[in-house]
Design a protein around this ligand. Structure first.
Ligand code: HEM
Length: 306
């Protein structure tokens, strides 16, 4: 069984750093062993800093995959499904590499982010960087608890990791990232009951609305989808609040064994149902980026290193 990168399914942390890189021209022969080293390093640090729950993963951009690993491609790896309706925009902004590291100690994260960037020096450019943090009791900056309905325990692996359906990519994961910037002054002017109607849950106590009371335009109504067999379509969200007073919001991160579940949820938020019931959360937040990656197993990267 190929070893998964441990950050894909890890439980939440207090801090995170997100590094987005683009590769220089023609560096692939050197980059393959280098990113295998980075992934191995992250893997080993998970043991070394177990006390502070360090974890992470490295993922390769959908548009860069064929340059880095021309011999085989994960079956469902495709560019970010950009979409738009009225002023609800989900743009694509792709990167070649994504390094996602998290820890309950920020000093360790900072140190490791510098080290990883140094390991990649000369091969890639750092084009974006964000730092995420736990806000209150795992709330989004809107004040609502985020992550409650995430898969728990072993079902995190079941939802996020490829199994036998795509054997060469077993233990890998499709990663979608959207940096959402919130309009908090607009949001904070909304009465609490209206905010709760938009989420479909109560704010303070985080209680899900009864099914009949959930507006069709509420966030959880829009993203709670079933496939044609009536089975829940799930993703593992690893999102965290990020930013500063000037610009802040949610680094939304979806990890899944397929790329379809995320795309269908996003479609349901942006385009809505056949009656045009879209997700009213999108009136208060704006996606600045949209990137599609694949996080291969650690062993895939080590095997392709040499
Ligand atoms: C649930 C916030 C974007 C998928 C939730 C919940 C909150 C939340 C507060 C309820 C608690 C929970 O179960 O976690 C946000 C914010 C977003 C955002 C602030 C962006 C600014 C997205 C996107 C997707 C998504 C882009 C997928 C395309 C989900 C799913 C659930 C959920 C699947 C669980 C629904 C359920 O089964 O009840 N989100 N979300 N979210 N969100 Fe989001």
């Amino acid at each position: 069984m190929p070893r998964e990168q441990l950050g894909v399914c890890a439980e939440g942390n207090l801090h995170s750093i997100y590094l987005m890189f683009n590769a220089n021209e023609g560096v692939e022969t050197d980059l393959r062993p280098c990113i295998a080293n980075v992934a191995q390093y992250i893997y080993e640090l998970t043991d070394q800093y177990a006390d502070s729950a360090f974890n992470g993963f490295l993922a390769v951009g959908a548009n860069y995959w064929d340059s880095l690993y021309p011999s085989a491609r994960p079956a469902q790896l495709k560019p970010f499904p950009a979409m738009n309706a009225d002023n609800r925009d989900a743009p694509a902004l792709e990167y070649d590499l994504f390094v996602h590291i998290r820890c309950d100690r920020f000093d360790i994260l900072h140190l490791v982010a510098n080290e990883i960037t140094q390991m990649l020096e000369g091969l890639v450019d750092l084009v974006d960087e964000e730092r995420g943090f736990r806000f209150m009791d795992s709330r989004d900056l809107t004040g609502f608890v985020d992550g409650t309905e995430n898969p728990k325990g072993r079902s995190r692996q079941e939802v996020a990791l490829i199994g036998d359906e795509d054997a060469p990519f077993k233990s890998g994961s499709y990663i979608h990232v959207q940096k959402f910037a919130h309009n908090l002054s607009k949001w904070n002017r909304l009465p609490q009951k209206k905010q709760e109607d938009i989420m479909g849950r109560t704010k303070q106590d985080n209680i899900e609305y009864e099914s009949a009371d959930k507006p069709l335009t509420s966030h959880i109504k829009r993203v709670n989808l079933k496939d044609s067999d009536g089975k829940s379509m799930e993703i593992l969200r690893q999102s965290m609040p990020y930013g500063s007073v000037k610009e802040q919001g949610l680094m939304f991160i979806s990890n899944c064994r397929n790329s379809n579940n995320f795309e269908k949820m996003l479609e349901s938020m942006v385009h809505g149902d056949s009656h045009g019931n879209h997700d009213h959360l999108l009136h208060f937040t704006k996606a600045l980026t949209g990137s599609s990656f694949f996080a291969p197993s650690l062993d895939f990267m080590l095997n392709k290193a040499g």
